[in-house]
Design a protein around this ligand. Structure first.
Ligand SMILES: [Mg+2]
Length: 229
């Protein structure tokens, strides 16, 4: 029986052993392309259907700006000021197409590594994601799911780095491999984990952050490697 940790805070306390490598995978448009749509009605009555993540992000960004909201993930603030945002498609894995350039990498579980799915999806979304992994032949008992619940992924990674400090004062994490399609999330992780001076002292000397951006180029998924200089 696998445990599902809807709240990442609960689970990071479990990270204790020297890990060496964290492998972190986003879900939507990284592991699978899905047909999830978001239906929104604004307080002024105007409604919209957001068909993909790009449309979702630009709508939420524009609405947040209009309402003077500056949190990293403005969805719950927008709901509070009267936006009706129907995210129910994200409680399931809707008509998925596996992105094999990524799933062929997840399937191999290297020694001294831990593998995570880190998603911004809300609510009870992790169960269906884990079931989907098993369906496509990925042993989900080797994968830890994290729902960031509105926190930035960069902040969650910094918390993971701080969680276990070795006797030399450095984190037990030497390497982070991060697979993600969203440039917003990639920029956030570059800022918080790569160029953040506040955590320099925690990084082992050989620390590496390697980001693989998942891109769809003319119908074909490819990985673009982004290194932290
Ligand atoms: Mg994504």
């Amino acid at each position: 029986m696998k445990l599902l940790f809807e709240n990442w805070r609960k689970f990071i306390t479990e990270v204790e052993e020297p890990i060496t490598t964290l492998r972190i995978f986003d879900f939507d448009e990284t592991i699978a392309h899905t047909r999830s749509e978001t239906r929104v009605t604004a307080p002024n009555g105007s409604s919209a259907t957001l068909r993909d993540q790009k449309e979702f992000e630009s709508y939420m960004q524009a609405a947040a700006k209009k309402e003077g909201i500056s949190t990293f993930d403005p969805v719950s603030e927008l709901q509070r000021v009267g936006y009706q945002i129907d995210l129910s498609d994200f409680a399931i894995v809707k008509d998925p197409d596996e992105i094999t350039v990524v799933t062929s990498i997840i399937k191999d579980f290297p020694a001294d590594s831990k593998t995570y799915i880190m998603t911004a999806r809300r609510g009870q979304s992790l169960g269906p994601i884990m079931e989907y992994l098993d369906e496509i032949g990925i042993d989900s008992s080797n994968v830890r799911p994290i729902a960031t619940q509105g926190e930035s992924k960069g902040d969650v990674m910094v918390t993971m780095l701080r969680q276990k400090i070795m006797p030399d004062g450095k984190s037990n994490i030497n390497r982070i491999e991060y697979y993600e399609d969203s440039q917003k999330n990639i920029d956030d992780v570059l800022q918080k984990v790569c160029s953040n001076k506040d955590i320099d002292h925690l990084k082992p000397d050989n620390f590496e952050l390697i980001i693989y951006k998942v891109k769809n180029v003319a119908g074909q998924y490819v990985l673009q490697k982004i290194e932290c200089e």
